[in-house]
Ligand binder design. Structure first.
Ligand code: UD1
Length: 375
C-alpha cells in the first residue's frame, strides 16, 4: 500500500517531514510504503537541498524537476509529471500540504485518477482572491477526501463552504512538530554579524503583491530603513525579491543575506526582538516562539496567530509599519497563548487517521482502473 507525500517548495518540507516520520514509525504494524515526491518547484540549494539536510529528512524517492514558470506553466508541468508518477506507482493515497502551486497540481492529478487525496493545512482562508495561494487552497480543499486542519477556525471555514464534517480532522500543526523537534539544535547555530539575542529584528518579504512592483517595494523598504535607525535588521532575501532589489538603497544596518537553511533561520527567528514578514508559516512559528510578529499584508489566512499569539497584521503603509515596529520595541514582552494541538504530535495524528482508513478499506488501496490500464 503506497502513500505518496508531495513537497514542492520551501515551506512544504518542514510540514511533510513529521508525517513521513510517523508513517515510517508505523510500518512494522502495517504494510504501508510512504514515498516522498519532490516536484522541483523550488530547486536552489538554499531553497530546497539544505532543508533535507537540516530536517534530517530522507532524500526524495521521486523527483519531478519541474522548475519555475508562469503559474499555468508550473502547475501544468507538475500535473503531467505527477499523473505519470501516480500511474507508475499506483498509490492508495496522496498527501499534499500547504497552498503552493505543487499542492493544487498534485491534488487535481491524483483525484482525477480516482486516488484518495489528503490535504494538510486545510481550511485556511485569507478571503483575498488576489493571492494565488488562496485559489490553490480553495480548489485543493474542494476536491480532497481528508481535510486535516491546524485549528478550529479552519474547520469552521470548511463547514461554511459546505464540507461535510466527516471529511474534516482537527489534528494540529505539523510545521510546529518540526519546530519543536529541531529548536534545540537551531539555537546552537551562531548568529550572523556577531549579533546578540534580542538585539535585532528579522525581515522576510516574498509575496508578489509586496515585491513585484519596484516602487511598492522601495516604499516598504523605506520603513525598514527607518527601523534600522533603532535596531539592526537581518534580511535573508528570497530569489523573487532579490531580482527586484538591485536599485534600492538600504540603511547600512539592514543586513542583507542569502536565504538561510531551516536551522539557521529558526535560530535567528527564535532569538529576534521582533519579526516583520509577509510569509504565512512565520506567523505561526513566531506565535509558538513568543516573538512579536508584524505581518506586512492587509489580511491573514491564519487569524488564530492574532487572536491567541504574537501576530499583528499591520498592512503595507510604510509609516504604519514603522510606528508599529517602534511600539513593539518600546513594549515589554508578554507571554501569549499557544494554539490547541500545536504540541508536536500532529504528524502522528495524521498517520493514525490515514492508516485507520487504509486498514478499513483494503479494496481501494490500489485504484482498480490503474491496475487495468495505464491510459
Ligand atoms: C512559492 C509559493 C508561496 C510560498 C513561497 C515560499 C506558489 C503560488 N507560491 O512562491 O506560496 O510562500 O513559494 O518561498 O506556489 N526561484 C529561484 N530558485 C528557486 C525557486 C524559485 O530562483 O529555487 C525564483 C524563480 O525566478 C521563480 C521565482 O523565484 O520564478 C518565484 O518562484 P515560485 O516557485 O514561482 O514562487 P515563490 O515566489 O517562491
Amino acid at each position: 500500500m503506497r502513500v505518496l507525500l508531495v513537497a514542492g517548495a520551501r515551506p512544504n518540507f518542514m510540514k511533510v517531514a513529521p508525517i513521513l516520520e510517523a508513517l515510517h514509525a508505523r510500518r512494522s504494524g502495517f504494510p504501508v510504503q510512504p514515498l516522498l515526491v519532490h516536484t522541483g518547484q523550488h530547486y536552489d540549494t538554499q531553497m530546497s537541498d539544505n532543508f533535507f539536510r537540516d530536517l534530517g529528512m530522507q532524500m526524495p524517492d521521486i523527483h519531478l524537476g519541474v522548475g519555475s514558470g508562469s503559474h499555468a506553466e508550473q502547475t501544468a508541468r507538475v500535473m503531467v509529471a505527477f499523473e505519470n508518477t501516480c500511474i507508475e506507482h499506483k498509490p492508495a493515497c496522496v498527501v499534499v500540504v500547504g497552498d503552493v502551486n505543487s499542492t493544487l497540481a498534485c491534488a487535481i492529478s491524483a483525484k482525477k485518477l480516482g486516488i484518495q487525496v489528503a490535504h494538510v493545512e486545510a481550511g485556511l482562508r485569507s478571503f483575498d482572491m488576489n493571492m494565488p495561494e488562496e485559489i490553490n487552497r480553495l480548489c485543493t480543499d474542494a476536491i480532497s477526501d481528508f481535510l486535516f486542519t491546524t485549528d478550529q477556525l479552519a474547520g469552521e471555514n470548511l463547514v461554511a463552504e459546505g464540507c461535510s464534517i466527516e471529511r474534516i480532522y482537527f489534528v494540529g500543526n505539523t510545521m510546529i512538530d518540526s519546530l519543536q523537534k529541531h529548536l534545540h539544535r537551531a539555537l546552537s547555530v551562531s548568529l550572523p554579524f556577531g549579533l546578540a539575542a534580542g538585539k535585532y529584528a528579522l525581515l522576510t518579504l516574498h509575496r508578489p503583491s509586496n515585491v513585484d512592483d519596484p516602487v511598492g517595494l522601495q516604499h516598504l523598504l523605506g520603513a525598514i530603513n527607518g527601523l534600522a535607525e533603532h535596531i539592526p535588521v537581518v534580511f535573508p532575501v528570497h530569489p523573487r525579491t532579490a531580482q527586484r532589489m538591485a536599485k534600492i538603497r538600504l540603511h547600512e544596518d539592514v543586513r542583507v543575506i542569502e536565504p538561510l537553511g531551516y536551522l539557521a533561520f529558526l535560530g535567528l527567528m527564535a532569538q529576534a526582538r521582533m519579526v516583520l514578514t509577509d510569509s504565512g508559516g512565520i506567523q505561526e512559528e513566531t506565535t509558538v516562539l513568543n516573538i512579536p510578529c508584524l505581518t506586512l499584508r492587509n489580511n491573514t489566512e491564519r487569524p488564530i496567530t492574532c487572536k491567541q499569539g504574537t501576530n499583528t497584521v499591520v498592512g503595507t503603509d510604510p509609516s504604519n509599519i514603522l510606528r508599529s515596529a517602534l511600539q513593539v520595541l518600546a513594549a515589554p514582552l508578554l507571554q501569549t497563548h499557544i494554539p490547541e494541538k500545536w504540541d508536536g504530535h500532529a504528524g502522528e495524528r495524521i498517520a493514525d487517521v490515514l492508516l485507520d482508513w487504509l486498514s478499513l478499506n483494503p479494496a481501494v488501496t490500489v485504484p482498480q482502473h490503474l491496475e487495468q490500464s495505464p491510459q
